[in-house]
Design a binder for this molecule. Structure first.
Ligand code: GLN
Length: 239
């Protein structure tokens, strides 16, 4: 193994882990090791400070109750997260955390939860829950996941989406955008968890973190036949 090491921060592991999203941390950790790079993992919850040497941040989805538990603490981390994003730190945030990386999330009870405004977008809880397998087209090819949200997310004019919905709903039921991207920060509604069935996305996160820290990335060829088979089966399943 090289003397290189990636510091992965698991943000809100207790509060924001539904639909197996903690699996994303497992995949990034194992694939980083398979690529011959050392890994340090820090679990950062409410009241904890984000480590200054963070290379990748992973955070999952959560019910409205989970979002209420982290919303105030996230505001205390806002400046660090925005500066880290400007410094090209890699982040993957899913659903409930994704929503709070926008300007605000308005709940069913019309409570306005402030986001950190990293993504130029806003979300309003809708009356319909969007549940089922989802397939989107991204720069890394087709990706497959599972969505379960009532939030309707609207990206503002210059905010790029992560992908284009091929089947499923994505950000909302009006346009075909799914998720959001800014620098190396990826936001998505895709649970599953996302990364086990989408190894290309996992490796892209690792590659970007290595390039940012060391200037280059030599990734190993990994046999992903099983992962890709699982993605095909998920893609063929009806919603
Ligand atoms: N509570 C939010 C919604 O329903 C996010 C849910 C989630 O993280 N799956 O849209």
């Amino acid at each position: 193994m090289s003397d290189r090491q990636i510091h992965i921060v698991h943000l809100y592991p207790k509060e924001m882990n539904i639909y197996g999203d903690n699996g994303n941390l497992l995949v990034v950790t194992m694939r980083t090791k398979w690529h011959g790079v050392g890994v340090k993992v820090s679990k950062i919850g409410v009241g904890d400070k984000l480590p200054i040497d963070t290379d990748i941040i992973i955070s999952g989805g959560g019910q409205d109750t989970g979002q209420l538990k982290i919303v105030d603490d996230l505001q205390t981390k806002k400046l660090d997260l925005i500066n880290m994003a400007k410094d090209n730190v890699v982040m993957l945030v899913v659903c409930g955390t994704y929503q709070l990386f926008g300007h605000q999330f308005t709940t069913h009870k019309n409570e306005s939860l402030p986001g950190i405004g990293l993504f130029d977008m806003q979300t309003v809880a809708g009356d319909v829950r969007f549940i089922g397998n989802i397939v989107t087209k991204t720069h890394f090819g087709e990706i497959v996941g599972y969505e379960n949200h009532s939030g309707l997310t609207t990206l503002n004019k210059d905010q790029s989406s992560f992908g284009k919905v091929i089947s499923g709903v994505g950000n909302n039921d009006k346009d075909d955008g799914e998720g959001a991207i800014k620098n190396n920060v990826f936001g998505t509604y895709l649970h599953g968890p996302l990364l086990p069935k989408n190894p290309k996305v996992a490796d892209e996160l690792i590659r970007r973190a290595l390039v940012r820290k060391y200037g280059d990335a030599m990734l190993t060829q990994i046999d992903d036949s099983l992962a890709l088979k699982a993605a095909q089966i998920a893609k063929s399943r009806p919603r």
